[in-house]
Design a protein around this ligand. Structure first.
Ligand SMILES: O=C(O)c1cc(C(=O)O)c2c(n1)C(=O)C(=O)c1cc(C(=O)O)[nH]c1-2
Length: 252
């Protein structure tokens, strides 16, 4: 039986909507990436500027993958109402008209850290594992049933708490970080709850069987793994010091 097999649930009655939501939230309690040692170091002021640069340029790959996964998701949706709701996620990241969007705000962050935009957006200095992890998320959303694809975005339920911790921790602990650099996370505090409220209601309404519900819970576990793997790779390269060939090498 593979990790995503739901055969064992076929005869089980569905969870109540409350128990289903609680099972989703329990995944965050257990394994969201706020618990990763690299984040503890980042927020606690334990990294030097070069290590923060490495985090920011690797994390750019995630930022850049998110609107691509949302576009991939939408390409599979026949329900016009669902597309009308989902499209704002792409605008949130890519921007619309005068509004530069989250990716622009992320580049303000990498500018503030002294990285060149061309280098960051080329993704040439990113770690191999970062690229594999973020592309696994895009593929997941292409391949899984829609309700499970929606569920995979639900790590966003847990993101506002880590964003608040990051804004406070980084402003307090690093002299190279100021309010303008943290604008990305401030904006997400308002955007993420809208996304996660919608996604949670959607899966409660559209995961009918216990097997579908369990597959949604597994999707949140999968997504936590996508996030965790990126931090393991950062830790291995920039705390342990095993930088893969061709990856960003900090000056400090
Ligand atoms: O800083 C973080 O810890 C964090 C985590 C996540 C997440 O849980 O996937 C997202 C974000 N930030 C974020 O900024 C963001 O725009 C976002 C979109 C999504 C998604 O799955 O569609 N997750 C996240």
């Amino acid at each position: 039986m593979n990790e995503f097999s739901t055969a064992e649930w076929h005869d089980a009655p569905p969870l109540s909507k409350e128990a289903f939501e609680a099972a989703i939230r329990a995944v965050g309690e257990e394994r969201y990436h706020d618990k990763h040692p690299f984040h503890k170091m980042l927020h606690g002021g334990k990294l030097n500027k070069g290590q923060v640069q490495a985090w920011a340029l690797n994390r750019y790959c995630y930022q850049e993958a998110v609107p691509r996964k949302d576009a991939a998701f939408m390409s599979r949706v026949h329900d016009r109402e669902l597309r009308r709701e989902w499209i704002h996620r792409i605008h949130d990241h890519d921007g619309l008209g005068e509004e530069g969007g989250g990716i622009e705000r992320w580049l303000v962050l990498t500018d503030g850290l002294g990285l060149s935009r061309d280098y960051v957006t080329s993704r040439k200095g990113a770690l191999p594992a970062t690229k594999f992890a973020v592309e696994a998320y895009v593929r997941f959303v292409v391949e899984q049933p829609l309700v499970i694809a929606v569920a995979s975005s639900l790590t966003e339920l847990f993101a506002p708490a880590i964003h608040r911790e990051r804004i406070a921790g980084m402003l307090e602990n690093y002299d190279f970080v100021d309010e303008s650099v943290m604008a990305y996370f401030k904006r997400r505090l308002a955007q993420a709850p809208r996304d996660s409220d919608f996604a949670l209601s959607y899966i409660k309404a559209h995961a009918y069987t216990r097997a579908e519900q369990e597959a949604c819970v597994d999707a949140v576990r999968f997504k936590c793994n996508v996030l965790w793997a990126q931090l393991d790779a950062l830790h291995q390269a920039y705390v342990t010091g095993l930088v893969p060939p061709g990856a960003f090498t900090p000056e400090s």
